[in-house]
Design a protein around this ligand. Structure first.
Ligand code: APR
Length: 308
């Protein structure tokens, strides 16, 4: 039996996630949105690409949560973009209501699903999904680290003129200005990156990674990134559905790991059929630990505003 994925939100990220999932035949897909017609239209359009692309998976757009029933996995992308005049806290509160309302309905129809949260501010929205769903922590995962790390790897590969596939590393912390790329654990074909790039260049890459989302928004003006975010989501879905036991940086509920308790923060985890199968607690220097704590403090501030 094929797996079933529901994508909540038929906007740029949601529709592109759906596109990538059916292209790779990872699951049947339901796309749900509050807008009438948009999920139906995009769903039908994707279904009609099947004969050309050669996929038999089903895809349906809907406004009815009954269609999402018994999903194995749900990707949460619903939310408002930040509008002019809106403060960070206004956006936080608006998206809290969206995520709370939609997760309540998702859980009613798919009580056993794994949740991947994409809506920003990511860490606080993952925490909202965790609290509202009442799911165990292995089934609520925020997508940020894979995207931030993809940006980091892209810039390193570009600087060295090597294949992106040679670049391994990860980004820790919250999905924001305080995220923590860790050069000490970054390698190019096994060679520590510090052997290959001068410190100033690496610092500039770290800064550009932290600013990666804003860099795209500055170009697009009316929207935010979706190609790389959707690719990151699909790598996580693939790791789960194929039980790959793949180590990826994800935003997860920490319960004392890294000295952080009761908060969603990005760390390396093992993703397999049960969702998060292990949280890897790697050794950090005092400076790295302080940077991670600073990032966790920034997440905590947001979580406190919405009381999650
Ligand atoms: N229920 C279902 N869908 C909703 C709801 C709701 N209550 N509220 C909003 N939506 C839908 C919107 O109608 C829209 O189609 O969510 C979709 C969001 O799509 P976009 O505005 O295109 O945003 P997108 O670029 O897809 O980003 C989605 O992911 O990366 C993050 O910061 C980004 O939080 C944002 C999210």
């Amino acid at each position: 039996m094929r797996k079933k994925v529901t994508v909540v939100g038929a906007g740029n990220v949601g529709a592109t996630v759906a596109h990538r999932l059916v292209d790779r035949q990872l699951a049947d897909v339901v796309v749900i949105d509050i807008l009438e017609g948009v999920p139906q239209g995009k769903g039908l359009d994707l279904l009609e690409a099947g004969p050309v692309e050669g996929y038999d998976v089903r895809i349906k757009g809907t406004n009815d949560y009954a269609d999402t029933a018994n999903s194995n996995l749900v990707v949460m992308t619903a939310g408002f973009p930040r509008k002019p005049g809106m403060s960070r806290d206004d956006l936080l509160k608006a998206n809290y209501e969206v995520v709370k309302g939609t997760i309540e309905k998702i859980v009613q129809y798919s009580p056993d699903c794994i949740l991947i949260v994409v809506t920003n501010p990511l860490d606080a929205m993952a925490q909202t999904a965790f609290r509202v769903s009442g799911f165990s922590r292995n089934r609520v995962i925020g997508m940020a680290g894979v995207l931030d790390t993809a940006r980091y790897r892209t810039f390193i590969a570009e600087a060295l003129d090597v294949s992106v596939q040679n670049v391994q590393g990860f980004v820790l912390g919250g999905h924001g200005d305080t995220m923590v790329p860790v050069p000490r654990y970054t390698a190019v074909a096994g060679i520590p990156v510090s052997e290959l790039l001068p410190k100033e260049k690496l610092d500039a890459i770290i800064q550009r990674t932290r600013n990666g989302g804003a860099e795209i928004v500055n170009y697009l003006k009316t929207g935010s990134a979706y190609y790389a975010p959707s690719a990151a989501v699909v790598e996580m879905v693939d790791a789960i559905f194929n039980d790959r036991k793949k180590i990826l940086p994800c935003t997860v509920y920490l319960d004392g790991e890294y000295g952080i308790k009761g908060l969603f923060v990005g760390v390396p985890v093992k993703l397999g059929a049960r969702g998060i199968e292990q949280i890897l607690e790697i050794k950090l220097t005092p400076e790295e630990r302080a940077a991670l704590q600073k990032s966790a403090d920034a997440v905590k501030e947001l979580a406190q505003v919405i009381g999650v």
